[in-house]
Design a protein around this ligand. Structure first.
Ligand SMILES: [Mg+2]
Length: 230
């Protein structure tokens, strides 16, 4: 069970953007390129490459150093996240309910997100949403520019740690963008869409989601969508 972060579990209120701004200024003395294309559903590797290129830098060469600095600075965003970020209604209850259904250890919950690990961690950590998540088996936006390529990474991590097979529809992705949905369908996983971001129920259904929820508010519906359609 792999959760997307932004606009699925929480609103980060510009925390990611602020982090990029800090590091771009620190390393290169430049501002965030404006206007910048949407970050929604994209991986940090993809966003960083575009940003560095827009700033006139050799993106491929700079990427490792840029990522490292983003990771170093991410914990500093915890206060901003606590003050301005917010969990989405039902997110906390859904995490607990899914964990309850998997009390025998059959359900592993982690993240599949375009965020760098440190950024994902500060977002969910600052809001206290990590209790039922095993962040060590997730897949994060530093691993690939392509979201679908994160799915096998998470499966490998989970299989190694839990000694179970998470092939095919044993893996469920839940997220708010067509990128989340197509990452799941491209890798044989189940896709649960949740229309709490920039995309409607219809758009997520059209992208191929197995189930689409308007939001996470109805815990029973969330648990059923995640666990009962496998
Ligand atoms: Mg999202």
């Amino acid at each position: 069970m792999l959760w997307d972060v932004d606009n699925t579990l929480l609103h980060a209120a510009g925390t990611g953007r602020a982090l990029y701004q800090i590091v771009l200024a620190e390393l290169y003395g430049v501002d965030l390129p404006v206007p910048f294309t949407s970050m929604a559903g994209r991986t940090d590797a993809s966003i960083a490459l575009e940003m560095l290129t827009a700033a006139g830098l050799d993106a491929a060469t700079e990427l490792p150093r840029f990522h490292q600095r983003l990771a170093e600075r991410a914990p500093q965003l915890a206060d901003m996240m606590r003050q301005h970020g917010s969990e989405l209604p039902g997110a906390r209850a859904a995490l607990a309910a899914v964990a309850g259904r998997g009390a025998d250890g059959t359900v592993v919950q982690s993240l599949l997100t375009g965020n760098l690990p440190a950024l994902a961690e500060v977002k969910v950590g600052a809001l206290g949403l990590t209790e039922h998540l095993d962040l060590s088996v997730g897949a994060y936006g530093d691993a690939s520019r392509v979201r679908a390529e994160l799915v096998p990474i998470a499966r490998r991590h989970a299989a190694a740690r839990y000694g179970a097979d998470f092939a095919g529809r044993a893996t469920v992705l839940i997220g708010d963008t067509p990128h989340d949905v197509t990452a799941a369908s491209a890798t044989g996983a189940r896709a649960v869409g949740v229309a709490t971001g920039d995309f409607s129920v219809q758009q997520l259904a059209h992208a191929g989601a197995d189930v689409v929820l308007a939001n996470l508010a109805d815990t029973d519906a969330v648990v059923a969508a995640i666990l009962d359609g496998a």
